[in-house]
Design a protein. Structure first.
Length: 212
């Protein structure tokens, strides 16, 4: 399947600046959305393919920096390139600490903006690939039975088959069968690989019983 086209969302309340940036980005083959306010982004949602946001710091109502924090709190991942005609060092430091790709002061060179956009889209491609791989793992984990999930949690916690059998009150043979099913359904070829999968899924480890 071919990758969805890259999209650059531009938010700037200056029509001339907005159109100039749009023309530049279209000239190198990007799909472009030109918006006036940050509310338009939330209403339209993020595109399916690689995306980055070119965002003016000073906007009517909510500022670009406030919007960056809002996206972070909502766990909406999208690389941001800030542009401003009134930038200062503390402002740029704050933006970069929050994960911005670049902070460009107007007037900026076309190439500087394009370099930042390419960097932002590269970052988003990696994020999308990771999310796709994680969703595959979630689907595989959802295919496990409740007992298989228990066994998986105990296996990655370091319990041996004999210990797991005692923990669950089943035979060791039964544990081996469940363990084999877990490895097969999760497409894991080794215990370390299964442990890495559990870590990616952020599965809680089962505490080992304390024998007194």
């Amino acid at each position: 399947m071919t990758e969805a086209r890259a999209t650059v969302i531009v938010i700037d309340d200056d029509p001339a600046m907005r159109e100039a940036i749009g023309s530049l980005l279209r000239s190198v083959g990007f799909d472009v959305k030109l918006l006036i306010s940050v509310g338009d982004v939330l209403n339209s949602g993020r595109p399916a393919g690689p995306t980055c946001l070119v965002l003016d710091v000073r906007l009517p109502g909510q500022s670009g920096l406030d919007f960056q924090r809002q996206l972070s709190r909502a766990n909406i991942q999208v690389p941001i390139i800030f542009i401003t005609g009134h930038g200062d060092i503390p402002m740029s430091v704050q933006a970069m600490k929050e994960g911005a790709i670049e902070f460009l002061t107007k007037p900026f060179r076309d190439q500087d903006l394009l370099d930042a956009v390419y960097a932002g889209l590269a970052r988003d491609r990696v994020w999308l690939e990771n999310e796709k791989a994680l969703e595959t793992l979630r689907v595989r984990f959802d295919s496990l039975t409740p007992r298989e999930r228990e066994v998986m949690a105990l296996v990655v916690s370091g319990r041996l088959n004999k210990q797991i059998a005692g923990d669950l009150g089943v035979s060791e043979i039964t544990v081996k069968v469940h363990r084999s099913q877990v490895m097969q359904k999760m497409h894991a070829t080794s215990l370390p690989e299964l442990a890495r999968i559990a870590d990616k899924l952020k599965l809680p480890l089962r505490e080992q019983p304390r024998h007194v």
